[in-house]
Design a protein around this ligand. Structure first.
Ligand code: ADQ
Length: 466
């Protein structure tokens, strides 16, 4: 049985899972690689003056990692440029924030080619290669150009946008055509896959079979839906650990009987933080009776600080949070506690468990693992209420949450009011439905589902396996 090679932009297997702050993706990939003895390949995180293509290979916590350094300029064009100023905003329905520059495009193509060249010598005939996310859409095309005949799979962690939005991207056909050099293209949701198929038939003059195989640009690939999950058992255990308990007790003590609303996000415009603050402000304005009886703890880790839109968002959040606290705080009540640091996973679990309401209100999100972590961390006897955006991929699975339109302040404010007064029996029954899903569709199900589907792919017709 062939090895699994995982490729992603950054290679960051957690040294100690309990203290990892790297996020859900790193946790999920490390779990996949421990299961199937494999290699994790990607950028080292280091930049050099002149690219050498030299691989560094090491073993971290049971996972073999192979990394390559990149030149600073090309990394900038590829990562801060095409990946995070072009694809990320467009795929999150923000054409207003989407920048398109030819240098970004060229840097992206070059880094994908460098990845293919550096990876090529590591590949053995039976290996399966699983490429992660929007940074590496061209990688299969580059590998095929180097005569790699192995099965190649691609998983998109972010949403696939509607056809009418995607066609605003210059050279969109080249991007989609490159994706069809993969054997299997995986999406988080049916909604994303549907949008992809719609592009194939509506913009690429291609065809789609009933089981989701697409043909266009003279190539074909299979598509599938593989909703990513969390390591539910690990998170449920973390939520009752000593560290979690200490975090729980600390926040409860400081709450002095007030109800806790909690948000945990990367500081990103897709997460709807500003809209969430405005909904909370509206709630306080409309319901004076609620003031001093609750508070919002928003943890927002800084992210992509080199990109202007993130600096602008940070400044706006500082302003809105200051305005809310300026208008409503009293000598012994701060309505909005806004924190920009990262927490250990077990501390986060304790905070989730202490919350009366988890606010997960992205404007667009591939999946959103915070929603699933919140569910996994709850006390089964007295679970908190999850308020979840209808535009998070997780809403396809967690329909027992209070599902809201995050663009509507009234909708979010009303859900908070409803959540605060929800009877225990209803909280329990909604939570049971959600935890069943979080346990069943966990990270192992995601990984196995994708890898099995990739193994089941027929070999690419044009290239016989050596
Ligand atoms: P992200 O956009 O990063 O992931 P998400 O799925 O919510 O979003 O994962 C965030 C992770 O970071 C969670 O595991 C969370 O616990 C952690 N995290 C957030 N703030 C933290 C803090 N202050 N301290 C410590 N940890 C923190 C992308 C896509 C998502 C998709 C994932 C996985 O945008 O839609 O769900 O990949 O596919």
């Amino acid at each position: 049985m062939g090895r699994l090679i995982v490729v992603s932009n950054r290679v960051n297997p957690p040294h100690d899972p309990s203290v990892a702050t790297a996020g859900g993706l790193a946790m999920a990939l490390a779990a996949a690689l421990r299961e199937y003895s494999g290699v994790w390949f990607g950028w080292s995180g280091r930049t050099v003056d002149d690219y050498t293509g030299q691989l560094s290979i090491s073993k971290v916590n049971g996972v073999t990692v192979a990394t390559v350094d990149l030149e600073a300029q090309e990394h900038h064009e590829y990562y801060n440029g095409y990946a995070n100023r072009t694809l990320w905003p467009l795929f999150h329905y923000r054409p207003d924030l989407t920048a398109y520059e030819r240098s970004f495009d060229a840097g992206y193509a070059r880094v994908n080619r460098r990845f293919a060249e550096a990876l090529r010598p590591l590949i053995e005939a039976e290996d399966f290669i699983w490429v992660q996310d929007y940074h590496l859409a061209h990688l299969a095309r580059e590998l095929r150009g180097l005569d790699v005949a192995n099965r190649l799979g691609f998983f998109l962690h972010i949403p696939w946008p509607a056809r009418r939005l995607l066609v605003t991207l210059p050279r969109h056909a080249e991007l989609v055509s490159a994706l069809l050099d993969y054997d299997l293209i995986g999406f988080q949701t049916e909604d994303s896959r549907h949008a992809f198929l719609d592009y194939i038939t509506g913009a690429a003059d291609g065809s789609v079979t009933p089981d989701g195989e697409v043909s266009a640009f003279g190539k074909s690939a299979r598509t599938g839906v593989f909703p990513i999950g969390i390591d539910a058992a690990e998170f449920e255990t973390a939520a009752v650990s000593e560290t979690a308990l200490a975090a729980h007790e600390r926040i409860v003590a400081s709450a002095v009987g007030r109800r806790l609303l909690l948000g945990v996000d990367r500081l990103d415009y897709s997460k709807g933080l500003e809209e969430r603050f405005l909904a909370y402000e509206q709630l306080l304005a409309d319901h004076p009776d609620l003031r001093e009886r609750l508070f919002l703890l928003q943890i927002a880790t800084l992210s992509r600080e080199n990109v202007d839109a993130y600096q602008d968002l940070r400044a706006r959040l500082d302003t809105v949070s200051g305005r809310i606290n300026g208008a409503y705080a009293t000598v012994d009540w701060v309505p909005l506690r806004y924190v920009n640091r990262a927490y250990r996973r077990d501390e986060l679990a304790g905070l989730y468990r202490a919350a009366d309401i988890g606010l997960v209100t992205p404007l667009r999100d591939g999946m959103n693992l915070v929603a699933k972590e919140f569910v996994a961390a709850q006390d089964p006897d007295d679970p908190g209420v999850l308020i979840l955006s209808e535009f998070a991929g997780a809403a396809e699975q967690l329909s027992a949450a209070l599902v809201v339109n995050p663009f509507s302040r009234e909708d979010v404010a009303e859900a908070i009011r409803r959540g605060l007064s929800m009877p225990l029996a209803e909280r329990r029954s909604r939570w049971r439905e959600m935890i069943d899903n979080v346990r069943r569709e966990d990270v192992a199900a995601w990984r196995d589902g994708f890898v099995e589907a990739l193994r089941g792919s027929p070999p690419p017709p044009a290239l016989a396996v050596a």
